[in-house]
Design a protein around this ligand. Structure first.
Ligand SMILES: Cc1cc2nc3c(=O)[nH]c(=O)nc-3n(C[C@H](O)[C@H](O)[C@H](O)COP(=O)(O)O)c2cc1C
Length: 374
């Protein structure tokens, strides 16, 4: 074991739940677009998870919708009714087969939900403001009752994750979905307690966190709760790092086990101000890292790149695309065969990689997104 692999393979204990993992690697949440139409999983998806269950100490699932109105993609899994529990149990059991910990990401798409996936074809959000993207639907503004029901749905989703055997849930507060929409001055123009001031825009994310923590406290075994955040939005108005540093400060007061900072390039700077090159995750870790462990992510592929992030003091590193391309990544680190780590997608490898067809189609149709082996 050299010094770089030693860091990667050192154990980590989450501060609130006391749950221990045996490496510093996290499998980032990845939607597979491959679930059944009713929100349940299937054999192809289970095989995909089985292939990756040794690749990280903490294994995050694809995001699961907490209400049907929150479904964002075709083939997304659900955690919206008790009927989903056996299906979720299959995922949890498969991910835990080799002793690693399984965490369900819980999600609501808000204005990013695909209208064709919704019973009434109408997405909802904090306010009736469309996202800045081509053909975006104008969402319907949520009523106060709907807001309360949606908060409760995150708690119910947590109860189901416990019943299904997961070790925790991750609140998906990132990537422009509903929780972020409430925090954003772009999508939240409300004048009631859920909008207006920065403090009011924090109310929905914090109320969801409280509902999840309340449900988690009833777990009959250690159960962790993490929160995923996007530090900035490019839109004007949009979330600034100044806003985010206040939200993370409030989140750090809660009994969370980690904060996962979602950026596409860990080492990249601000997406709002190109003169500001400081990595956002480092700013957040400097603010709250002593109280709340931070997970870094974004364009990190090799053991050297992981080690470079760990050396900044950030204790955990998540990878998404890398673990699609090489599910044996961590095993190669353990076996000292890191020279065999694959950092390109080989178009001949779909069946060896156990990637279901809908996900494969997405990966290979976006050449800029996935490095494809020539
Ligand atoms: C196929 C795919 C699906 C994804 N689905 C999710 C998701 O369900 N939830 C989420 O928070 N992020 C999702 N992401 C974002 C990743 O978790 C990660 O933040 C991003 O890909 C950057 O990490 P990477 O450079 O290691 O790929 C997805 C990414 C990919 C490639």
């Amino acid at each position: 074991m050299n010094s770089s692999t030693k860091n990667i393979l050192s154990p980590f204990t989450f501060p609130v739940s006391g749950i221990e993992i045996t490496s510093r690697i996290v499998m980032a949440p990845m939607t597979t677009y491959s679930g059944n139409d009713d929100g349940t999983t299937n054999d192809a998806e289970i095989e995909y998870y089985r292939e990756r269950n040794q690749t990280a100490g903490l294994l995050l699932t694809a995001c699961a919708y907490v209400t049907k109105q929150g479904k964002a993609f075709h083939g997304q899994i659900g955690v919206d009714t008790d009927v989903m529990i056996p299906s979720l149990q299959r995922i949890a059991t498969t991910l835990k087969e080799n002793g690693n910990k399984a965490v369900l990401q819980i999600h609501h798409g808000g204005r990013m939900s695909a209208p064709e996936e919704l019973a009434d074809g109408q997405s909802i959000s904090a306010s009736a403001v469309a996202a800045e993207r081509e053909d975006a639907q104008v969402p319907r503004e949520m009523t106060s009752t709907e807001i309360e029901e949606t908060i409760a749905a995150y708690g119910e989703a947590t109860r189901r994750a416990i019943a299904a055997g997961f070790d925790g849930v991750e609140i998906h507060g990132a990537n422009t979905y509903l929780i972020q929409q409430f925090f954003s001055p772009h999508s939240n123009l409300r004048t009631d307690k859920w909008g207006g001031s920065l403090q009011n825009r924090m109310n929905f994310p914090l109320a969801v966190t409280d509902a999840v923590l309340k449900a988690a406290a009833l777990a009959p075994r250690p159960f962790l709760v993490g929160y995923r955040i996007s530090p900035e939005e490019a839109e004007n108005p949009g979330i600034t790092i100044k806003d985010t540093l206040q939200l993370v400060e409030a989140l750090a007061m809660k009994k969370l086990d980690y904060l996962h900072v979602s950026v596409m390039d860990f080492w990249g700077g601000s997406i709002r101000d190109t003169t500001d090159a400081t990595p956002r995750t480092q700013l957040i870790a400097a603010q709250v890292g002593a109280k709340l462990p931070v997970i870094g992510v974004g364009n990190i592929h090799t053991p050297e790149e992981v080690t470079r992030v760990l050396h900044t003091g950030i204790p955990l590193v998540a990878m998404a695309r890398e673990l699609l391309m090489d599910p044996k990544w961590l095993i190669k680190v353990e076996n000292n065969t890191t020279d065999q780590i694959k950092t390109e997608l080989d178009l001949n490898d779909q069946s060896a990689l156990k990637i279901p067809d809908p996900l494969w189609e997405r990966l290979i149709s976006n050449g800029d997104w996935m490095p494809i082996k020539k």
